[in-house]
Ligand binder design. Sequence first.
Ligand SMILES: [Zn+2]
Length: 410
Amino acid sequence: MKELVKTIKLHIYPDNNAIALFKDMTMKYRDACNFISEYVFNNNYDLNFIHVQDVLYHDIRDNYGLKSQLAISAIKTVTASYKTVKEQLHQHPYKYVDADGSTVYIDKDLGWLWKPIKFNRPQADLVRRRDYSFIETGRCLSINTLGKRVKLTYDLPDCFKEYFDSSWSFGTAKLVNLKGKWYLHIPVSKTMADNFDPCKPTHVVGIDRGLRFLYNTYDEKGHSIFYNGKEVIDKRNTFNQVRAELQSRDTKSAKRKLKALSGRENRWMSDVNHQISKTLTETYDSGTLFVLENLENISFNEDNLSRRNKKGRNQIRSWSFYQLEQDLIYKASESGSWVIKVEAKYTSQRCPKCGRIHKQNRNYKLHEYKCDSCGYTSNDDRIGAMNLYELGMMYVSGDKNPHFVKGKSK
Ligand SMILES: [Zn+2]
């Protein structure tokens, strides 16, 4: 069994009265968190919830006016933050080279902090059913404040509707104010049966970022899907032109427009990625192994991108691919499939038939791949996906780190 967790961000519409109550609550909650944080910092980082609660509970209630549940949530939030930072410090040990030239690693603990963790943004963590609940058959939200409970409406975009089908459980939500708008961030979770056997996938699908296409795929039957690259690339080019124009102006209003433009572009790209991962998981049923190139270290050395893309273009492509990756991982696990990431090296140069790796086999001008050894010829857009598929097959046969090595043919 595995747990799927996602956060939905509901835009909520409090009236003026509720806004005043929210402001009061979120500021006092933030102040209480800072108070607790200072205590933890000054007391040897005691992260034991019961200890901290014993000492601080009444002070939190008396000095900040928090109700019982909120006082407890504040302690949980602060101790959880310290635990996260503790883990981050542990993962980044202090490194130095000593006198005889060897590298020494020193584990970092919370003692490396210079000051208490600071909570800047007014916020409040609200426990389901106690502090917030959906009422009137889900049409409204009821939220507890330091004063009286408030009732309000919220936006439920189509993409969130599926989480309201009672198969998902709702966790402790965070009430936040972002640029004057109020949101309730709710983590939702669902337990899924994990019956995927990576040695016996129903399908193996390589997914590559394309040259002229956004994404190409290749599966065990030799089928490829090319995602309508032209439309997307045209639209992206339009975005790039507008961006270049705005960047050349360097005025305040141009900067504002640039920001709005990037927001629009991100939303549009998210939507495209959402559609693509949806199509993929609908085309390939439960038990599929999707194979993606590992993004790390890739954005600057990939042949595909360096020669044809202008500065800045790489970034959005990598970002967009990362997003597709996240989306696909999520949808795949929902539908009982799997995503692996493999080393991308040579995937655009290798002959998928005989395994020869030879850069010159790829003719970028003609968009053709022609193997100088076995004569295999193909549209060059497919090569990457075919090789990713091959790496997926290596994975299926037991190689946990499949990759291609130059000079070693199939
Ligand atoms: Zn060949």
